[in-house]
Design a protein around this ligand. Sequence first.
Ligand code: IPE
Ligand code: IPE
Ligand code: MG
Length: 245
Amino acid sequence: MAKSTKQRAESPLTPGAPVPQHIGIIMDGNGRWAKARGLPRAMGHRAGTKNIRRVLEEAVRLKIQVLTIYAFSTENWGRPRAEVGHLMRLISQSIRDELDELDANGVQIRHSGRLSGVDPKLAEQIRAAIERTKHNDTIVLNVAFNYGGRAEIVDAIRHIMRDGIAPDEVTEELISRYLYTAGLPDPDMIIRTGGDYRLSNFLTWQAAYAEYYSTPTYWPDFDEAELQQAVAVFQGRDRRFGLVK
Ligand code: IPE
Ligand code: IPE
Ligand code: MG
């Protein structure tokens, strides 16, 4: 408790300035975090998975309404079989270990991505977690898992065509309603850990006007102070949305 009071006192945030409603995080650098410690990559993924709770709790304190975390991309299937298997087991284990507490804390779980192609048992676990938490309203934890921004747009177009929508009815607003993120506000900020400056197929449509923030910190080390720092940078950005001030 004393520790968190101290953190508040030293906060880089500007009181009264808006915080992002929705933050997307590209949780990158687990492998390099492990390598730097002489550990196998799997240990990096384990540490990275553990870190989600710490960042989620700080996001709640900062009154962020939606946190989208990039957990597994459609491209990540191309990694070595053992690593993919480990990542799948970690997701399943996290749902098993964390769901009660997430639910008790009012976290609403959502999923963005394709469940086809995912192990049916894991897919069922994900569906059950979404169903169980759907009325929670402290924060939305949207897990981008087996997610690709392009796949999402393909899925939306297929769905729109199947629904027999006429060409003139296709608008930006309609497309947004057919994405996995239907009903969620667009992300105001995308954070990428691990130092790279790319989107890697994350929230391709939704991030059109998001503020980008990249930090060299590897995901397992991205802590409360790092999130506060990112939000403080956001507060200093001038968002013009194509207009003249
Ligand atoms: C991000 O960490 C986690 C996933 C992509 C699942 P990486 O595994 O990409 O870590 P680096 O980039 O190799 O360090
Ligand atoms: C992006 O990280 C995907 C996730 C964090 C889940 P990657 O490590 O897969 O991205 P690239 O390969 O550096 O673009
Ligand atoms: Mg990476």
